[in-house]
Design a protein. Structure first.
Length: 317
């Protein structure tokens, strides 16, 4: 009973999650595992964790219960709790091979790149063929303005933020920022940026251009013969962000984008608010999963902008 009370101590759990974040920050180090000697007729393995203040000279215990369901077998229970050596022990498995496999999975989940800034692009998708219009309706995207507000230490992970406070006033960084990684306890860690030659405004411009094309409009650039007479469209980016919500069994990655569209001719002067959203539940927040979440969010944004636009030659333009 005493062991169970200690394992459920909130202060201990916070300490253990910080230990996991310490592993995230030192993923280049090796965290050894070994098969422990049988204890009361059960086999287990030990995983050494880093020391954290105020326990500077001891290994940190980890307390966690994970229930695994296997088809055709009774649910096995991995019981991670402190042993006499203040190491992590995994017990409750009849098969040594299954124990080792689960240990490797735990280590992979704990180790990662949450402490390292990532950079990847969100390339524009190819626009679907637009229905043929009776006559071309030309549109010019005049201004696509990033009006997102960044905070140093927001209480809500969906609020844009950066790991380095001095970069909050650097538009060369904020214009590229698309997400903030988080540790297992939900603490903010490294950033995710677009490449140096790309911005969120460009990603949104490409998404709106694709939506216009799918609704039968022709987007023209500065210098085109039709540019002067084309219907003007301005876009404000109120939000474009991706964040992580840790869970017991899976992680949730969410992307949200909020745009304000203005066009005297297309929308008769009325502002249109558009919100795109995507959520991905995953076992590990890899760069590939972050990118997939954002791509799904951009795709949903295209669909929402498309639904807001009147069909070309049907009152718009």
């Amino acid at each position: 009973m005493a062991r169970r009370t200690k394992a459920q101590d909130p202060a201990l759990l916070r300490h253990l999650l910080r230990a996991r974040d310490r592993i995230d920050a030192a993923s280049h180090e090796e965290w050894p595992t070994e098969v422990a000697a049988p204890e009361h007729g059960r086999r287990g393995i030990a995983v050494s964790l880093p020391a954290l203040p105020p326990i500077q000279s001891e290994r940190i215990p980890l307390s966690m219960l994970i229930r695994i369901k296997r088809a055709g077998a009774r649910g096995a229970l991995i019981d991670l709790h402190p042993n006499k050596n203040k190491e992590v022990s995994m017990q409750g498995f009849a098969s040594r091979g299954l124990v080792a496999a689960c240990a490797a999975a735990v280590i992979l989940a704990l180790g990662g790149c949450a402490a390292t800034r990532s950079t990847f692009d969100l390339p524009a998708s190819k626009a679907a063929p637009a229905p043929e219009a009776q006559a071309p309706v030309y549109v010019k995207l005049v201004d696509v303005t990033d009006k997102r507000v960044f905070e140093a230490k927001p209480s809500n992970p969906s609020t844009p933020s950066l790991g380095k406070p001095e970069e909050l006033k650097d538009p060369a960084i904020t214009a590229r920022a698309v997400a903030r990684k988080r540790g297992g306890f939900g603490n903010a860690m490294a950033d995710i940026l677009l490449p140096p030659d790309r911005t969120v405004a460009q990603v949104v411009r490409e998404a709106v251009t694709e939506a216009l094309s799918q609704r039968g409009y022709t987007v023209v650039q500065v210098g085109a013969p039709q540019y002067g007479d084309a219907a003007a469209l301005d876009v404000d980016i109120s939000q474009f962000w991706t964040w992580l919500t840790p869970g017991f069994w899976t992680l949730s990655l969410e992307n949200v984008s909020v745009l304000v569209l203005r066009s005297p001719r297309i929308f008769s002067g009325r502002e249109q608010y558009v919100r795109g959203y995507a959520i991905v539940n995953t076992m590990a927040a890899t760069d590939e999963e972050w990118k997939r979440t954002m791509q799904l969010g951009v795709k949903d944004l295209v669909d929402k902008v498309k639904a807001t636009l009147p069909q070309a030659n049907a009152g718009g333009g």
